[in-house]
Design a protein around this ligand. Structure first.
Ligand code: COA
Length: 158
């Protein structure tokens, strides 16, 4: 069978219902989906890299065709290395659009052979913001409505 590999990259700080929805839907579109968890030092993530990676692994364990890997270096080199022709992204609102357009355009300039495709968020998750989840966590609030159950459980134990 022809391999049809896509990369879904992100910081996943933490992985949310919105991210899981994209993973679930993308896993049905590609023979293999690689979720790349980026260090994203520029964003100074709230959760350590190892924790973010572990949470994405916990959530993705149910999918036979999904692999979770650390994303080090340039995204396009990561995609090339794994022979992926597609980078998947999603955006929730106009506020995300400029950033996503820049990311897609710059990646396209550097690697014209790789396409960035966007999946619309499921309407019920389009309001979820990882930034606000981090704020709720830092103030000791309950984030269980916004993240997969296994993630909420793992975060409680931290
Ligand atoms: N549902 C819910 N939330 C969604 C969503 C959806 N369908 N789609 C996007 N989001 C949200 C995320 O929750 C997150 O919210 P926040 O801004 O409140 O934290 C935001 O959109 C994006 O975060 P995330 O999905 O984790 O990705 P990112 O923007 O942090 O990822 C990389 C950026 C990793 C793709 C980028 O930095 C990268 O490519 N790094 C590698 C280095 C590189 O190649 N750099 C050069 C690029 S030109």
């Amino acid at each position: 069978m022809l391999k049809n590999i896509a990369i879904y990259p992100g910081t996943f700080d933490p992985i949310t219902h919105g991210h899981l929805d994209i993973i679930t839907r993308a896993s049905k579109l590609y023979t293999h989906l690689i979720v790349g968890v980026a260090q994203s030092a520029r964003k100074t993530p709230a959760l350590p890299f190892a924790t973010r990676l572990q949470l994405v692994e916990i959530v993705s364990a149910d999918f036979a065709t999904v692999t979770v890997l650390p994303l080090e270096g340039l995204l396009i080199e990561f995609a090339r290395h794994h022979q992926a022709k597609v980078i998947l992204r999603s955006f929730r609102a106009v506020s995300d659009f400029d950033y996503e357009l820049q990311l897609a355009a710059m990646n396209q300039q550097m690697a014209p052979e790789i396409e960035t495709l966007f999946l619309a968020p499921a309407p019920e998750y389009a309001f979820i913001s990882a930034t606000m989840i981090r704020e709720i966590m830092s103030l000791g609030g309950d984030i269980s409505a916004f993240v997969p159950e296994k993630v909420a459980e793992a975060l409680k134990k931290l």
